[in-house]
Design a protein around this ligand. Structure first.
Ligand code: SF4
Length: 528
């Protein structure tokens, strides 16, 4: 018999009815399953604001501190958690699910550690803690575990004895999720976004300035002392909701008083990788930035603003693709009922605004010559190795950053740091990056996986690559001095106005010392 005369749906229906009848006759009927739902309490009303402290954390110390200043300026009681350490990891592993990625353990454990401290050391009762504190964290959808963080927080809180503690989820791509409860106490509006972005950019400026100056400081600790003062200046400015530009200019003056000696060949190491692992400054990445500096390197960090630009780029890219569809799709980010072109204009304006504000801030603090990456260019150079449609973690950015760093001589060495168990980042560094290093054999590339333990192994691996990078920086510096046709003392005598700590010689090669020599000699090219 031909298929076309069979009614498969009717057969399926008949079979299902027969099965149901037989189950009933034999007493095998199954009860309707009761699915588990996370109550996810988020009640945080306007009236709670006076008495409730919002806890936050997860970025660098500067960012977390300045964010508290910005939020305090909007009338919130707010407190930053300390940087996650190994004790936080222990709490995270004790109360978290198995098989999570490392940032989950560190960040979830950090909250549990703090609440446990309030309960056990400060003698607060659990109901009082639950009433007086909430935790604010970022979330996102997507193919990695980031989307499940809030549930992980809830599970660990319940198991640690803080059932009912409120975790407010700030969605990276869509405001505050208020699935249940009244979260009107936290107003995610334009003012909230502007304050958060201002604080994030101010934190970026401070960090970039610190990593630019500290490796060359003459008196140990001088840069950190200046940064402390700047943090206070910026915190007060954000809390009082004043313009950041005069405050950043004050910071520039303070930072420029640090005595530096840039005329030395230091390997420049770019840190890329998974967002949290490359951003945190504690045990979560074995204090990688400070370790590299202690080993004589200059560290090139990735500002949080780059992440904001990547988010904008994702929307631009997806919207352009959606405009090519035969009809408007009704997905979460679909264009059904929206005007795609208007959306693209708005995204273009947002990108321009981010770049303009960041540029103004970096100029005010004295970070001349600092450029945010062109996200289209990053996408283009990486696309043939890592499809731009793949999302999660840093997406194609890790690949693009490595290619650009090597091809444009931005650093002598690249460390890609990712947490153990990270899906997108491990896939990139352990897989695709080996192809990139084969195509760019001059790259000194260290792929590091963090687990919380094994610090000495990681450091010794980095030291081995750093040795090669140091040799490369020294050779580059020697060549620069030879090309200048001057002695080092002659070059030093020409420094004059370029002694300021924040002075940055134009980029020709990777090393700051070599660039300084080339600037003094008036050379702006380098043999291929
Ligand atoms: S990018 Fe990796 S480490 Fe980060 S949240 Fe996702 S799975 Fe975890």
């Amino acid at each position: 018999m031909k298929d076309s005369v069979l009614d498969y749906d009717a057969i399926e229906r008949e079979l299902a009815e027969f099965e149901a009848a037989e189950r009933k006759r034999l007493g095998l009927e199954e009860a309707e399953p009761e699915h588990w739902h996370d109550a996810n309490p988020q009640a945080f009303t306007r009236a709670d604001r006076e008495t409730t402290t919002i806890l936050l954390g997860g970025l660098t110390l500067a960012h977390d501190h300045l964010l508290t200043g910005a939020m305090a300026g909007l009338g919130y009681r707010i407190e930053a958690l300390p940087c996650p350490d190994l004790e936080a990891l222990r709490f995270g592993k004790e109360f978290g699910n198995r098989g999570q990625c490392n940032p989950t353990y560190f960040t979830v454990g950090n909250l549990i550690k703090h609440l446990t401290h309030l309960r056990d050391d400060e003698g607060m009762e659990v109901p009082e803690i639950i009433q007086r504190f909430v935790f604010l964290t970022a979330g996102a959808c997507g193919p990695c575990r980031f989307g499940t963080y809030v549930t992980e927080y809830r599970k660990a809180l319940a198991d640690a004895g803080f059932e009912g503690f409120r975790v407010l989820l700030f969605q990276q791509q869509g405001g505050l999720r208020q699935a249940t409860g009244d979260a009107s106490g936290l107003e995610v509006n334009g003012q909230f976004f502007r304050s958060a972005v201002r604080a994030a950019m101010a934190g970026d400026c401070l960090n970039l300035a610190g990593y630019r100056i500290r490796p060359y400081e003459v008196h140990a600790g001088e840069t950190d002392a200046a940064l402390d003062e700047c943090r206070t200046i910026l915190f007060d400015t954000l809390r009082e909701r004043r313009s950041l530009i005069p405050a950043l200019v004050r910071c520039r003056r303070r930072l420029n008083r640090v005595t530096v000696n840039r005329m030395q060949p230091k390997p420049k190491v770019s840190i890329i990788g998974e967002f949290w692992a490359m951003t945190t400054e504690g045990d979560g990445n074995y204090r990688l930035q400070r370790f590299l500096e202690a080993e004589g390197a200059e560290v090139d960090i990735q500002p949080v603003t780059t992440w904001i630009l990547y988010n904008i780029w994702e929307h631009q890219h997806d919207t352009r693709r959606r405009l090519l569809l035969r009809g408007d799709d009704d997905g979460t980010m679909g264009l059904e009922g929206k005007d795609g072109r208007t959306k693209l204009v708005a995204l273009w304006a947002a990108e321009r605004a981010v770049r303009a504000i960041f540029g103004t801030y970096t100029r005010a603090i004295g970070l001349a010559g600092y450029h945010l990456p062109d996200m289209d260019e990053v996408a283009t150079v990486s696309h043939q190795y890592y499809d731009n449609h793949l999302r999660g973690g840093e997406g194609h950015m890790e690949v693009g950053k490595l290619i650009q760093t090597v091809a444009q001589r931005k650093a002598h060495m690249v460390v890609s740091i990712k947490p153990f168990g990270c899906m997108p980042s491990s896939g990139v560094s352990d897989g695709v990056q080996s192809l990139i290093t084969a195509r760019y054999p001059e790259a000194i590339f260290s792929a590091i996986e963090t687990t919380g333990d094994g610090e000495v192994n990681v450091q010794s691996r980095i030291q081995m690559d750093l040795f090669k990078a140091r040799k490369r920086a020294e050779a580059e510096y020697r060549t620069a001095v030879e090309r200048s046709q001057m002695s080092e003392s002659e070059l030093r005598s020409k420094l004059r106005g370029r002694r300021r700590a924040l002075h940055h010689p134009p980029h020709v090669v990777a090393g700051t010392g070599a660039n300084q020599v080339l600037e003094l000699a008036g050379i702006s090219t380098w043999p291929a």
